[in-house]
Design a protein around this ligand. Structure first.
Ligand code: XIL
Length: 374
């Protein structure tokens, strides 16, 4: 209760005296896409620690929605059974309130970046089903309660379905069974009946995976569990997936009667070691010089390919702006992108809307003209 009062006081204080003047004009993504869908970005821990840096100011100029890239994941916010570390997440909320942004929480239940203690009892053995359910409930309730009224939507379950459409055999699945997904949505709904609750995953264009996700959402809906939206992460590259495949999935998910969000959009320009890599953060590939071809600068031809591809995606998102409520890019600017280190550490990628010079890329101009002429 105390923290909620504290955050409200910050909110009122910020709104009443220090609200900065930000661009909402046509030289910003949020200005151009205004009224179509939220355009968001992910804030890294580094950015949240170094308060008031240039990049945070540019994020506020360009975007009207934020999601924490890491600081709300269980390994970071709940590192031990009795220990929650809210410092960066509180800072995230403060920043979002200050700039009047739509805030999404990421992510409540995920097999990655979950601390080991979650699945172990006090003797170091695998935790029993009831206890794991109890821990899930405590974790979800604590986070959702704390940020109620501030976080408007939660990625409740992340990456529960494999590429072939089957359930991913995570510890949650093995110990609790597929009902862990129902329970996660139920606990989150009880903790904040007003928040939007989402299912989020990568490679959401693969037909088998799409069918698996749709099966799962329909099963939840049949049981009276309300899922408000589906997040298509959208970690793509210059050629894959096709725009057509992406479009088919937007349509298929929207047909479930839920909102569709592109939640982690980025376009890698680097060679992909395997076409079907998806975005499983546990995959690692060894470094080779030839897999890091643009260390100094991106050649104009590749830059052009990036612009064209990005434009094609945004035209698609705008075509479906009735179903799509938010497009969030996974990072503020290229030098902060996780793609510089995944799946190969130490590369130089250029996947985002803002370059290393902290200026919006060419795509902003293209979008401005396109939207103005529509
Ligand atoms: C990534 C972060 O960007 C990295 O900083 C971190 O080391 C690993 O996780 N799918 C997700 C995101 O849902 O949480 C992941 O974020 C990228 C893939």
């Amino acid at each position: 209760m105390k923290i909620r009062n504290f955050l409200w006081i910050c909110f009122v204080g910020i709104i009443s005296c220090t609200k900065p003047i930000e661009k909402n004009s046509l030289d910003s993504f949020k200005g151009v896409l205004n009224n179509r869908f939220y355009i968001g970005t992910a804030l890294s821990n580094e950015q949240l620690i170094r308060e008031d840096n240039k990049i945070l100011r540019e994020a506020a100029n360009q975007f009207n929605a934020i999601v924490p890239e890491n600081c709300m994941k269980s390994a970071l916010i709940h590192p031990q059974k009795e220990v929650y570390n809210f410092t960066l997440a509180d800072r995230f909320i403060e920043y979002g309130l200050q700039h009047d942004m739509w805030m999404t929480g990421h992510t409540l239940i995920w097999h990655s970046q979950t601390p080991d203690w979650f699945f172990k009892d006090s003797n170091g053995n695998e935790v029993k089903r009831d206890e794991l359910i109890h821990r899930m409930k405590d974790h979800i309730t604590t986070l959702v309660h704390r940020y109620k009224d501030f976080i408007k939507g939660w990625d409740v379950v992340n990456e529960a379905i494999e590429d072939d459409g089957s359930y991913r055999e995570t510890k949650f699945y093995k110990i609790i069974g597929p009902e862990y997904i129902n329970l996660a949505f139920k606990f989150a709904r009880e903790a904040d009946p007003k928040a939007e609750l989402y299912y989020n995953d990568y490679s959401m264009t693969l037909p088998e995976k799409r069918a698996g996700v749709i099966r799962m959402i329909r099963a939840l809906q049949r049981q009276g569990i309300r899922v408000d939206g589906i997040g298509m992460q959208g970690h793509v590259n210059l050629t894959s997936p096709s725009i057509e495949a992406f479009e088919n999935s937007i349509v298929a998910y929207a047909d479930l009667g839920v909102k569709v969000m592109i939640t982690e959009f980025d376009i890698s320009v680097l060679p992909f070691p395997n076409e079907h890599l998806g975005a499983d953060i546990n995959t690692t590939v060894s470094y080779k010089e030839q897999l890091n071809p643009y260390k100094e600068k991106l050649p104009d031809t590749i830059q052009q390919k990036f612009n064209d591809r990005c434009f094609d995606f945004f035209k698609l998102f705008l075509k479906y702006d009735k179903a799509i409520t938010r497009v969030t890019v996974w990072g503020v600017s290229d030098e902060y992108s996780w793609k510089n280190d995944w799946p190969i550490t130490g590369r130089t990628d250029y996947p985002l809307l803002i370059g290393r010079n902290h200026k919006p890329k060419e795509i902003l101009k293209q979008l401005t003209t396109y939207v103005a002429n529509k």
